[in-house]
Design a protein around this ligand. Structure first.
Ligand code: ADP
Length: 197
């Protein structure tokens, strides 16, 4: 894609689906800022900010940060000038309430989402990937119990969002099984088709 498309994108999928890895490829290809709520929270925890202190126990145990707090952080981020040409949201929205909050923020500026990338990966595969990542990265929420809990939270709170985006006609479903290059190629092909449609 050569023109400066106003790509307002989301990436969604179970913990361990490879959202972060693929998000990096997407922001490079479409030239939009990457907004990861997980990264925002982790950066605040590392820096010891009041927000970080508030959310660290929740993140360590795989619970969601309350909607109000998360919505406010994303709303502030989406008011900054650098998202004028679009953005990629990663890890947000994660609940129906967050979808509605995001809708309100975008509607206030007559903005809408262009596409939602769903990375589909089998639960057993993602649990194995996360256990492996735990050895390499040492993320506090990558222990087996917490990983299983995060999968349950995803199934209960986030998976229902898929139907909602499907009904809006903006869902792009991609098989997340394969090499990083294979998956990123699939995403690029499917996203280009959706954005040009
Ligand atoms: P993963 O998708 O592997 O769980 P993330 O980095 O997206 O990783 O999220 C890590 C943790 O950060 C979540 O388990 C949750 O505690 C918190 N978090 C991230 N995004 C949100 C959100 N949109 N709403 C509530 N909590 C969130």
């Amino acid at each position: 894609m050569t023109e400066n498309h106003q790509a307002r994108l989301l990436i969604i999928g179970p913990p361990g689906a490879g959202k972060g890895t693929q998000a990096a490829r997407i922001v490079e290809r479409y030239g939009v800022p990457w907004i990861s709520t997980g990264d925002i929270f982790r950066a605040n925890i590392t820096a010891g900010t009041p927000l970080g202190q508030r959310v660290s126990a929740l993140i360590e145990t795989g619970k969601l940060v309350p909607d109000d707090l998360t919505n406010e952080i994303v709303a502030d981020r989406l008011r900054r000038d650098d998202v004028a040409g679009g953005f990629l949201l990663d890890g947000y929205p994660r609940t129906v309430d967050q979808v509605h909050a995001l809708d309100r923020v975008l509607e206030a500026d007559a903005r809408t989402l262009d596409a939602v990338v769903l990375l589909e990966v089998d639960t057993d595969v993602v649990v194995q990937r996360l256990l492996k990542r735990a050895e390499v990265e040492g993320r506090v929420d990558d222990t087996e119990d917490v990983i299983r809990h995060r999968q349950d939270v995803y199934a209960a709170q986030t998976a229902p969002l898929i139907d909602l985006f499907e009904a809006r006609g903006i869902l792009v479903t991609v098989d997340g099984l394969g090499s990083v290059d294979e998956v990123s190629e699939r995403i690029a092909t499917a996203l280009d088709a959706k954005l040009e449609a």
